[in-house]
Design a protein around this ligand. Structure first.
Ligand code: EPS
Length: 403
């Protein structure tokens, strides 16, 4: 059974729903596992008023009995507290809309215009409600289930922000553990406290100017075994699947793996990662743990410019993905737009929004990477129960040792 999910729900509708198919039986899963990540997604310097209203909590509605998965579809619900205020506008019940709430001045950079034209809506709210990044709460819930699965096999995912509006963070001297620990303590998710004030000033200035700020985050998976994904078909290549998942997140404009675009600036000898081998299993294990490597049978790379992926397959090194987020499209000092009804030039609509959501987007990136890796993991080791998957995984680890 392929691991799949679907999300549903509007930003100001009653709830967000996710159904996850293909979760094996026998995985321990509690609401708390999911709520931790939902809360992390709500944080970050520069968030708007909505996050003060919501306190996202998951309701597990199917697929779990007494804290253990059944193998049946897992339904996850996150209610929108804000629905109470929006009910007159957003209720599924038939009725008239209040004219002044209709959105007819599309925001440049948002889905408003293309969506209104495509779906034949005269009110762009019918588009923006679903296009909103509120939907990412459902994806984070799904990602938390996937993380739970991956954790059982020593795979761990973390994220941090490496660029905010052009202010960069140099983490080259830090270990994975240091980066994760420092980023988790920072409301900007950065591992270098000395850049935080400049970032906060930038966000404050943008807020004052009615503007918004984007940036780049990095998401890393540690302990991933060699051989997830496949080189045999275009749609099985794991780097491509990661890129699709991440690019489908709201406001994302760029995804790169390992060195990314920097590969264009270097000769091959400074891009590709030389291969080494440790015969002693104890030494190999120690080395793997220190570098965040997954099982790869004593083989390793001396550097990780490939970001853990070669030929569309994991190579045992940490998977490293960098993601560029554009500044949010809703500006309090709006850009020029055209009214959908009158065709007259107007300023785009103002909606309550965030000034900066890059730290939150990083948490969403973790969820996407967790889903893609869990899907690929189950393709390789899949079974109906955790017990069966564990057997398959252990047999592979044994095979790698004896290779
Ligand atoms: C978001 C909820 C939204 C926005 C933001 C992210 O809530 P509201 O529109 O009610 O303020 O804060 O959405 C967008 C940036 C967007 O472009 O739609 C959330 O839960 O993350």
């Amino acid at each position: 059974m392929r691991l799949e999910f679907l999300t549903a729900g509007e930003s100001h509708g009653p709830q967000l729903t996710a159904i996850v198919r293909g979760v094996p039986a026998g995985l321990t899963l509690t609401a708390e596992d999911i709520n931790t990540d939902l809360a992390r997604r709500q944080q970050g310097y520069g968030r708007g008023g909505r996050m003060k209203i919501e306190q996202d909590k998951v309701l597990i509605r199917s697929g779990v009995r007494k804290g253990v998965t059944l193998g049946s579809p897992v339904t996850l619900v996150v209610e929108n507290r804000d629905y109470i205020s929006w009910q007159p506008q957003m209720s599924p019940e038939p009725g008239e809309l209040t004219e002044q709430k209709v959105v007819t001045r599309p925001r440049p950079g948002h889905a408003d215009l293309a969506g209104a034209l495509k779906f034949g809506h005269r009110d762009a709210r019918n588009v923006l409600e679903r296009a909103s990044a509120r939907e990412t709460a459902a994806r984070v819930a799904v990602g938390a289930v996937c993380k739970r699965l991956l954790n059982e096999f020593g795979i761990h995912i973390y994220s941090h922000v490496i660029n905010l509006g052009g202010i960069t963070v140099d983490t080259s001297e830090l270990s994975h553990a240091e980066i994760e620990e420092r980023a988790s303590r920072s409301d900007l998710r950065v591992a270098r406290p000395e850049v935080e004030q400049a970032m906060r000033d930038l966000i404050d200035r943008a807020k004052k100017d009615g503007d918004t700020v984007g940036g780049i985050y990095e998401v890393v998976a540690l302990g991933v075994p060699v051989g997830l994904g496949s080189t045999m078909h275009w749609d099985e290549k794991l780097d491509a699947r990661i890129a699709q998942g991440i690019m489908s997140c709201q406001a994302i404009k760029g995804v790169s793996i390992g060195l990314g675009f920097d590969v264009a600036n270097r000769p091959g000898s400074q891009v590709h990662d030389p291969i080494g081998y440790t015969a002693d299993p104890a030494e190999a294990e120690l080395r793997d743990r220190e570098r965040g490597r997954g099982p790869s049978g004593g083989f390793y790379h001396l550097s990780n410019n490939a970001g853990g992926l070669e030929g569309g397959m994991t190579n045992g090194e940490p998977v490293i993905v960098r993601v560029a987020m554009k500044p949010i499209a809703t500006l309090m000092k709006p850009l020029g737009s055209v009214d959908l009804r009158t065709k007259e030039p107007f300023e785009a609509v103002r909606e309550r929004s965030d000034v900066c959501a890059v730290p939150a987007a990083a948490v969403v990136g973790e969820a996407i990477l967790a889903f893609v890796l869990a899907q690929a993991f189950l393709e390789k080791f899949g079974g109906d129960s955790m017990e069966e998957i564990r057997r398959n995984y252990q047999a592979y680890i044994q095979y790698l040792k004896e290779y």
